[in-house]
Design a protein around this ligand. Structure first.
Ligand code: ASP
Length: 591
């Protein structure tokens, strides 16, 4: 071993000891006859001083530059009073350098590491190996490693087995496009990269493994929506003979233990909330409960009013009219309200009606609003009472299809919460349960809300009769408005699985062709089973306070699903294509 200590581990207890450090020259300073080198390694920085009395070493220290790789032998000594650096883990000591070896030189890095500089993300990703030297980046990956090790320990202690599942496989329906890999040995056929290990983990339950986990790479070729990665990591879990309460309890314990261990945060017991309540009160199936604002339904007061914008949706069974009271919001300026109106437009809302409550005691006179003239005073008072409006508030309204109102007011609620600093606590976890089995597509057909292997809360006959209203045995863990993980009890009987496929419009032949192996497995003694998967990147992002999942992935892809460092994806030569039996429709442009 070349080193005796990491730089960041040096402290006063090592005074007078000789140490050998290995690392990078973080900063070099010439201070009237002595040279200071700050040496950096994974664990932090140490200051090394070179005196001119060791002539050769001093001359060498004078020649090293930023990011040279060096080995230093020297003696630890307390820093002189007044030179102590409280911002440095090893700031109370320094090392008097005896020997210096340059293990490798470095060109001037593309961006400086010893001071803050605003470097574009493209450059950081192109030189990711240098970007990751920055202590704040290294800290995130170190925390990520502590997180996975805590999770593994918990799952190992609870009898879970770590089993790997294939990367070259068939499509697994999780609702995204597949990444395909051409097969050379089966010309014209393709593997799909797994969107999740879903079916394999279920088959492991059929095989009797009872408790499985895997920190699994998943691949989804999605459009460039905010902060997604084409490959990402799940903490994937499956169990047999446990019901949803057991599984939620077990995994809640895992996350609670993780937060305690890594952040010293006590998350307490997670409340459970039905999907219906989450949509009704928060307009979202992943409500941020740090935010105190709530949606309140008011359609019943508006069915008869002489204002189509309200009476239409209020009378439509698929419509919704809801109000959102914002305490103190009467002081919002016209311009701010206009901006919020634009903002809800992103979610399909055609406008944003509001009432400012200047002085309720004055009745309609005390309200400021373009819409009060359309609403009879009695109904108006019921609405204002129902939302709890007091002087100084603003009440926003959404009226449209239920989906639009929930999404638009749900998003507005989140935005107002941040803009007006309304959040009441740092962490707010919960479980969302009782999801619908299916959601309706625009053409009236149904899609699985979770995935088609999720068990319903009813019999196959009941499901067949009323698929649109059936609930599933799915559950999501939500933290601060982010879905951390989700899963379900699975279908373990063939008849039920076929019923769900039928409702989804998958023909018997297609069922056999795509999922024959699953239907087979369900015939040969499949135990009741269920599980879930957590998004590791999201979890690490929340726990490190990072702004993007790219910040917590060592080598992420860009928003256009490319790697600027390796230049992947790249062209392949004609021979390779020929072997794969592939001819390109158009020659890609030569750059
Ligand atoms: N496979 C699911 C997903 O990736 C998770 C699960 O149901 O366990 O969302």
């Amino acid at each position: 071993m070349m080193r005796t200590h990491y730089c960041g581990q040096l402290n006063e207890t090592l005074a007078d000891q000789e140490v050998t450090l290995c690392g990078w020259v973080h900063r070099r300073r010439d201070h009237g006859g002595v040279i200071f080198l700050d040496i950096r390694d994974r664990e932090g920085l140490a200051q090394v001083v070179f005196d001119p009395d060791r002539e050769e070493t001093f001359a060498l220290a004078d020649r090293v530059r930023s990011e040279y790789v060096v080995k230093v032998r020297g003696k630890v000594r307390p820093r002189p009073a007044g030179a102590v650096n409280p911002n440095m883990a090893s700031g109370a000591i320094e090392v008097l350098g005896y020997e210096l070896d340059v293990l490798n030189q470095a060109e001037t890095p593309p961006f400086p590491l010893d001071e803050y500089s605003d470097v574009g993300e493209e450059t950081r990703l192109r030189y990711r190996f240098i970007d990751l030297r920055r202590p704040e980046m290294a800290a995130k990956l170190k925390l990520r490693s502590r997180i996975t090790s805590s999770i593994r320990r918990y799952l190992d202690d609870n009898g879970f087995l770590d089993v790997e599942t294939p990367i070259l496989t068939r499509a697994t329906p999780e609702g995204a496009r597949d990444y395909l890999v051409p097969s050379r040995t089966h010309p014209g056929s393709f593997f799909a990269l797994p969107q999740s290990p879903q079916l394999f983990k279920q088959l492991l339950m059929v095989s009797g493994f009872d408790r499985y986990y895997q920190i699994a790479k998943c691949f989804r070729d999605e459009d460039l929506r905010a902060d997604r990665q084409p490959e990402f990591t799940q903490i994937d879990i499956e169990t047999s003979f446990l019901d949803e309460q057991d599984i939620m309890g077990l995994t809640e314990g895992m996350i609670r233990g993780l937060f305690k261990e890594v952040l010293d945060v006590d998350l307490g017991n997670f409340p459970h909330m039905t999907f219906e309540e989450a949509m009704r009160r928060y307009g979202s199936d992943k409500p941020d409960l740090r935010n105190p604002l709530e949606l309140v339904d008011v359609a019943d007061q508006l069915t008869e009013v002489d204002f189509k914008v309200f009476s239409g949706p209020a009378s439509d069974p698929k419509g919704r009219v809801a109000a959102l009271r914002v305490p103190g919001g009467a002081s919002l300026a016209r311009k701010q309200i206009d901006d919020y109106t634009k903002y809800v437009g992103i979610y399909g809302a055609k406008g944003l009606a509001y009432i400012k409550i200047n002085e309720r005691a004055k009745g309609v006179e005390g309200l400021q609003s373009p819409i009060v003239k359309f609403i009879p005073e009695d109904n108006l008072n019921i609405i204002l009472d129902r939302v709890g409006a007091v002087d100084g508030d603003i009440v926003f309204f959404g009226a449209d299809k239920a989906k639009v109102v929930s999404e638009a007011l749900g998003a507005l609620r989140i935005k107002l919460g941040h803009d007006l600093n309304l959040l009441t606590c740092e962490w707010a976890p919960l479980w969302v349960v009782d999801f619908p089995m299916f959601e309706e597509n625009d053409d009236g057909s149904l899609s699985a809300l979770h995935h088609p292997f999720t068990a319903p809360k009813c019999t196959p006959q009941e499901l067949q009769a009323n698929p649109g209203t059936a609930l599933s045995r799915a559950y999501d863990m939500v933290l601060n408005g982010t879905e951390l993980g989700g899963g379900s009890i699975r279908i373990h009987r063939k008849e039920m699985q076929q019923t769900v496929f039928d409702i989804l419009g998958i023909s018997a032949e297609e069922q056999q062709e795509k999922f024959g192996f699953l239907l087979d497995a369900l015939k040969y003694g499949a135990p009741p089973h269920g599980g879930l998967a957590f998004g590791l990147d999201r979890l690490v992002m929340l726990m490190t306070g990072a702004q993007s999942i790219r910040e917590v992935i060592a080598f992420p892809k860009t928003q256009s699903a490319a790697c600027v460092m390796t230049q992947a994806p790249g062209a392949v030569d004609a021979k390779a294509l020929r072997e794969l039996n592939i001819r390109l429709r158009e020659q890609p442009k030569v750059e």
